[in-house]
Write a protein that binds this ligand. Structure first.
Ligand code: LCS
Length: 396
């Protein structure tokens, strides 16, 4: 929506994707329909041939879904969005649109476990090879390149080690190779980081996380930077079929109204909690891009508005210490997923990244005692008190 172009993200979060509709409803209505009527046979033919814009069938497009797609595209400063049934459906759609047998991918070592496994199993089966490497180290990215490298796939901050990749620099490496750069922007959200403005070609998100923000929808989205890329991915998504429904789209669009405000609080709370954990005698190491000790501190400062709501930390006592904390918290909820208003705590080695196997996990710096915290928007001091009593149960 071009008339929103110059507004801040606080304002855009509230208004993005909302356009006038039949009854001038302030909130886009839910078009709960699988199909749309044609005025006559010629009208149907014109819609199918693309000579006229309009809705045909909800897998191919729906006004409620499109409102959400426009909202996120506007926040990311992209061309258009493609809403998907989950973050994984979005990632699968991008990979399927751009890769073929014989191609090679360079992927961040720190990615959501199933993204790693999708590339390492299904795409490998179809003849696509992937090298996983620390994309926060440009020399390693250069080393991983091959003549047939077609895509660099980056998650930043990465799940769960919060490795920060310099997007401007990696985009240069990708483009010198005539490869495309795909960025999973889930941990940052478009309010904290706009990868398309840093040279990225395609952005993906799990909508399930910060964008929706209320832990009640599973969804994903792709943002294309131009019409050509959008059309290729829309064709692919129509064939693969992993689209998002109108009700879930409505709910995510509603969640986005508070996105910028929520992200401010997530960042404030996370900074305070990271500093508390850093001083705690039962904590060996805190990983948060807002701490000077984080190797990506300067890059995060350069490319993110603030370092986000995710913290990883290592407690004393390895797996047992981690278990003690997770079983002792009262306010923080023991659950996977992230980015909601409620604080969640989990153990990547036995939960989100268990699918990778121990050896590959350790290579990706996901140690046995690593605990991941998705900091919510509650009162920071109350969260700190909860974590403090849980950490103090670890035997010294
Ligand atoms: N990308 C990132 C960075 C993620 O964290 C996740 C899910 C996905 C993609 C996939 O999205 P989904 O299909 O679940 O919508 N991350 C999860 C996590 O860390 N815990 O539970 C899910």
């Amino acid at each position: 929506m071009s008339h929103h172009k110059n507004y801040s993200d606080l304002t855009k979060s509230v208004h993005a994707g909302v356009s006038d509709n039949e009854h001038l409803a302030v909130v886009p209505p839910i078009y709960q329909t699988s199909t749309f009527k044609f005025h006559n046979a010629d009208h149907g033919a014109r819609l199918f041939s693309g000579k006229e814009d309009g809705y045909i069938y909800t897998r191919m497009g729906n006004p409620t879904v499109e409102a959400l797609e426009n909202a996120v595209a506007e926040l990311e400063k992209g061309y258009k969005g493609l809403a998907c049934a989950s973050g994984m459906a979005a990632i699968h759609t991008v990979l399927s649109a751009y890769l073929k047998q014989g191609d090679h991918v360079v992927c961040s070592e720190a990615v959501y476990g199933p993204t790693n496994t999708l590339l390492a199993t299904i795409f490998k089966k179809f003849g696509v090879e992937t090298t996983f490497t620390d994309t926060d180290d440009l020399a390693k990215v250069q080393q991983a390149l091959r003549a047939n490298t077609k895509m660099i796939y980056v998650e930043t901050p990465g799940n769960p080690t919060l490795a920060v990749t310099d997007l401007e620099e990696v985009a240069k490496v990708a483009h010198a190779q005539r490869a495309i750069l795909v960025v999973d922007n889930t941990f940052a959200s478009p309010v904290l980081q706009k990868p398309l403005l840093l040279g990225t070609d395609i952005v993906v998100h799990s909508l399930t996380k910060f964008l929706n923000g209320h832990a009640d929808v599973v969804g994903g989205i792709i943002i294309a930077k131009d019409e050509e890329s959008y059309k290729l991915m829309r064709k692919t998504l129509n064939l693969l079929g992993g689209t998002l429904g109108p009700v879930d789209s409505f709910l995510v669009h509603r969640g986005i109204k508070t996105l910028a405000m929520r992200m401010e609080r997530h960042c404030q709370n996370a900074q305070k909690i990271a500093e508390f954990l850093d001083k705690h005698p039962r904590v060996d190491k805190v990983i948060y891009p807002g701490l000077k000790s984080h190797p990506g501190y300067e890059v995060a400062k350069k490319q993110m508005k603030c370092p986000g709501g995710m913290i990883s930390f290592e407690v004393q006592g390895g797996v047992d210490g981690g278990k003690m904390v997770m079983d002792s918290v009262k306010l923080c909820q023991l659950a996977v997923s992230l980015g909601g208003v409620e604080t969640l705590i989990q153990h990547p080695a036995s939960m989100t990244h268990a699918i990778m196997g121990r050896e590959q996990r350790l290579e990706a710096h996901i140690t046995d005692g690593l605990v991941r915290l998705s900091v919510g928007i509650e009162d920071a001091d109350e969260l700190i008190a909860d974590l403090d009593q849980a950490l103090n149960k670890i035997k010294s």
